[in-house]
Ligand binder design. Structure first.
Ligand code: MN
Length: 291
């Protein structure tokens, strides 16, 4: 049988930068080296870090339009509030999938306990672009607690299926375009061949340990993204002494991307409109906190 494995086309090191009130993130893209990876616009890894009391920071009220923000926590807890009246708290293993669409103002802040007592913080935020036809859709909010995220064990690897489908296990989150988002944890020296849809752009981001990826068995260590080429049915992975990674993929939109800060549209005029709409209050404000 002819092997049909995805090839590694690029390895991208995460760049350390700061977001929101000044919390540190590791970011494989966007950076000067890589603007985006259609349909994905950004990936940030927060931590892992140990925070002293009073040290936790967040991102107070700010808008988004034209895409989705996906937050996945492994340690620590973030509180969310938005102009649609959604209020949530995302802890270890939980996922928040926010479709900003036409516009949302939200705040992403450390939970009171994390701020007061300090503790471990580790999480990810992914920005998923919306197709032109959905950029002005009504905002949507999905919050999935850890116990509702399906898990599948394959030999000595565990795959958490946040979006898409792996080994006949289907995610509960609904996406606008076909996407996959897996969190894979592998035992030392374990091997895995993960089927991925032929029409998806796919990348891995190593969050812990090291492993060999792709047809070339390229060695990749934590804090690094591996971009795969378009051909091949499976992603091959072999763990080193331990390996933990995200596998993320989606059908490319192949549409113009014009981004400015929290807005991602198709034209400069649409970006100007987004600013005008935000400034005139059309994206709303966050309602006063419920008791
Ligand atoms: Mn945000």
């Amino acid at each position: 049988m002819v092997e049909s494995l995805r090839s590694v086309v690029r390895v991208v090191n995460g760049v350390v930068t700061h977001e929101g009130e000044g919390f540190q993130v590791r970011r494989p893209f966007p950076t000067p080296a890589l603007a985006d990876f259609d349909p994905f616009l950004l990936l940030d890894e927060m931590g892992p870090m140990s925070l002293a009391p009073g040290e936790a920071k967040g991102a107070p009220d700010h808008p988004h339009r034209g895409f989705e923000t996906v937050t996945y926590m492994l340690a620590g807890r973030m509180d969310h509030r938005d102009s649609q009246g959604n209020q949530g708290s995302i802890g270890p293993g939980d996922v928040q999938w926010m479709t900003a669409g036409a516009g949302v103002v939200h705040s992403e802040m450390p939970a009171k306990e994390l701020l007061e007592k300090g503790g471990w913080m580790h999480g990810f935020q992914l920005w998923v672009n919306l197709p032109k036809k959905d950029k002005m859709m009504r905002p949507r909010y999905q919050e999935i607690p850890t116990e509702r995220i399906p898990k599948v064990q394959v030999d000595r690897s565990v795959v958490r299926v946040i979006a898409g489908e792996a080994f006949d296990v289907r995610a509960v989150i609904e996406t606008r375009t076909p996407l996959l988002y897996f969190h894979v944890t592998m035992a030392p020296a374990a091997r895995l061949q993960l089927p991925v849809p032929y029409d998806h752009n796919v990348f891995a981001y190593v969050t812990g340990g090291r492993g060999r990826f792709g047809a070339e068995r390229r060695v990749v260590t934590e804090g690094t993204a591996v971009l795969f080429g378009p051909h091949g049915a499976d992603v091959f992975v072999e763990a080193g002494s331990s390996l933990d990674f995200l596998l993320i993929g989606g059908v490319p939109l192949r549409e113009p991307v014009v981004r400015y800060g929290p807005f991602v549209m198709n034209t400069k005029d649409e970006i100007a409109q987004a600013f005008a709409d935000f400034q005139s209050g059309k994206m709303g404000t966050i309602p006063a906190e419920r008791a």
